[in-house]
Design a protein around this ligand. Structure first.
Ligand code: CDP
Length: 238
């Protein structure tokens, strides 16, 4: 059998809390690839804007933040459920990026074309180096349309809200399931109806429905897709 080559650039897109980060990180670790969660960048810009007290409807100001902020992503320094450390201006903001106010505003900030331009350009540069699992909303459609394998990961809004709820409880926080469900639905609405790079499956994406499956089952399904994916040279792995 000839040496097998796995897809080098893997894009995973999907709605809020569909499990992209958990699965993407596991897949990247299994393949020895870089894991890149693009949502973190939109979250970091939103957090910094809130921190600076900026008016979040001030699109040019938000664009400037996106163009100038240095977002550093490093391997996790603590085993507290994080998949990586997010450092902005020397501060570890990993959990700050998950705060409810960031959740509430991130879809508004990420709908600004100038913000998307700045962050997508950085994402594309990193993705095109290959051996990467990049997750987000528009990776297969806009950031890396030539990705070797595109996955669109979905689950019902109720299942996604339940997962997010359990994540918060597991971290020792308190949460209201119905409130989380409403926010997930609102973020989906804004993400999929914005003009620039709306959330949608690329035409050549494989849709994976994770409803009723645990993380291990989804991971195995996606790993199998990687092994069956067309190789970058046009052949197939046997
Ligand atoms: O983890 P979760 O699925 O809840 O969200 P995320 O992946 O961290 O993304 C947060 C928000 O950033 C999304 O709701 C989108 O508004 C935005 N985003 C985007 O517009 N494009 C991306 N490639 C990634 C995230």
């Amino acid at each position: 059998m000839s040496e097998s080559r796995l897809p080098s650039i893997i894009a995973i897109d999907g709605p809020a809390a569909s499990g992209k980060s958990t699965i993407g990180k596991r897949l990247a670790d299994a393949l020895g690839y870089l894991f890149f969660d693009t949502g973190l960048m939109y979250r970091a810009v939103t957090w910094l804007a809130l921190q600076r007290g900026l008016d979040l409807t001030d699109e040019p100001a938000l664009q400037t933040v996106a163009e100038t902020v240095a977002i550093d992503v490093q391997p996790p320094s603590q085993a507290d459920g994080r998949v990586c450390d997010v450092i902005v201006e020397g501060r570890d903001i990993t959990w700050e990026t998950r705060r409810p106010e960031v959740d509430a505003y991130v879809s508004i900030v990420s709908a600004y074309p100038g913000v998307r331009r700045a962050l997508s350009a950085q994402q594309r540069r990193i993705g095109q180096r290959g051996e990467v699992v990049m997750v987000g909303r528009d990776i297969g459609t806009v950031v890396l349309p030539d990705a070797d394998l595109k996955i669109y990961l979905v689950a019902s809004a109720e299942e996604r809200a339940r997962r997010r709820y359990e994540e918060i409880i597991a971290r020792g926080g308190s949460a209201d399931y119905n409130e989380i469900l409403a926010k997930v639905l609102e973020r989906d609405r804004i993400d999929s109806t914005r003009e620039v790079a709306p959330l949608k499956a690329a035409e050549d994406a494989v849709v994976v429905d994770s409803d009723g499956l645990d993380a291990e089952e989804v991971f195995q399904q996606i790993l199998a897709l990687c092994k069956a994916a067309p190789r970058p040279d046009g052949g197939y792995i046997i």
